[in-house]
Design a protein around this ligand. Structure first.
Ligand SMILES: [Fe+2]
Length: 290
């Protein structure tokens, strides 16, 4: 039995200096002050992280948007929180759009959290692979700087080609694809979509995976993607780990546990959703086999 915890979208925010508020960050800061600072709360994130720590998971995946405006102080605080979850061996991070909010910080996630974003081969590149027991974690990066009012992500041809190879090489393991953006978005989230989602779905349909985990939408979601030979791949979205309450189609804070057992062709995977409650506690709200 391998227990994988999945959390995402912490949106840790720090007070920016005036000089940091040019361009997209300025708009993001206004949005934060008017609205989002009431949604994403450090005390809620702390409660979720404390609950994760009691679960004795074998591994923890964090799928992006750890920070809000990609400020140095935010990266440092996120790094300190990652350290409370576990060592880089037991915690895997993939970046989200808020982790590379503007072009100047494109290298910052790697600079602050690089040890959590590196495969067993030690090379800095996406996708990277970490094998833990029967599980192969396949980590993708969709975090690219975008213009104002945009929150799109992109994998690019090189990453997609390598993903095909990696999924082939890890066949027989329980392959878990980690990605910030969802592999399919409704039209109303067009400006927040993964621009090459169709290409990703094609690679998954050709080469297969046992599970895909994503964040970005701040809501619990399960869709079934096509795998090879009529198989289906569960793609599970997790709520933000810091959202104080449900808001505008987004869920309150929560995270997921996946209990993975069995072997190739007869895997068992049970999903458990735990959610932050209005009384401050974190409790199980859903348990289902995938
Ligand atoms: Fe996001």
């Amino acid at each position: 039995m391998f227990v994988l915890a999945h959390l995402s979208d912490w949106h840790l925010a720090s007070q920016p200096r005036l000089a940091e508020l040019a361009g997209k960050r300025g708009l993001g800061f206004i949005n934060w002050q008017r609205k989002r600072k009431y949604i994403h709360r450090p005390d809620v994130l702390d409660a979720i992280i404390r609950d994760v720590q009691t679960q004795a998971a074998d591994h923890i995946a964090v799928t992006g948007d750890l920070v809000n405006l990609s400020l140095a102080d935010e990266y440092a605080r996120a790094g300190a929180l990652l350290a409370t979850l576990g060592t880089p061996r037991d915690v895997t991070v993939v970046p989200g759009n808020h982790d590379v909010y503007v072009r100047a910080v494109e290298q910052s996630p790697a600079a602050y959290w690089g040890d959590y974003m590196r495969g067993d081969d030690g090379v800095d590149r996406f996708p990277f692979v970490r094998r833990r027991g029967n599980v192969a974690l396949v980590a993708l990066s969709t975090g690219v700087p975008t213009g104002p009012f945009m929150a799109t992500g992109r994998l690019g041809r090189r990453q997609l080609d390598r993903l095909a190879d990696v999924l082939q090489q890890t066949r027989g393991s329980f392959r878990v694809v980690l990605i910030h953006h969802p592999p399919r978005s409704p039209l109303k989230r067009y400006l927040r979509r993964l621009t090459d989602a169709a290409e990703l779905r094609r690679v998954l349909a050709d080469h297969g995976a046992e599970l895909l985990l994503h964040g970005h939408d701040h809501r619990r979601a399960l869709v079934w993607l096509d795998g090879p030979g009529g198989t289906k791949i569960p793609a599970v979205g997790v709520p933000s780990a810091s959202a104080a309450a449900p808001h505008g189609g987004e869920d309150g804070a929560g995270y997921h546990l996946f209990r993975i057992d069995g072997e190739a062709a007869s895997w068992r995977c049970e999903m458990i959703a735990r959610q932050h409650m209005s009384d401050g506690g974190v409790r199980e709200v859903l348990r289902q086999n995938l």
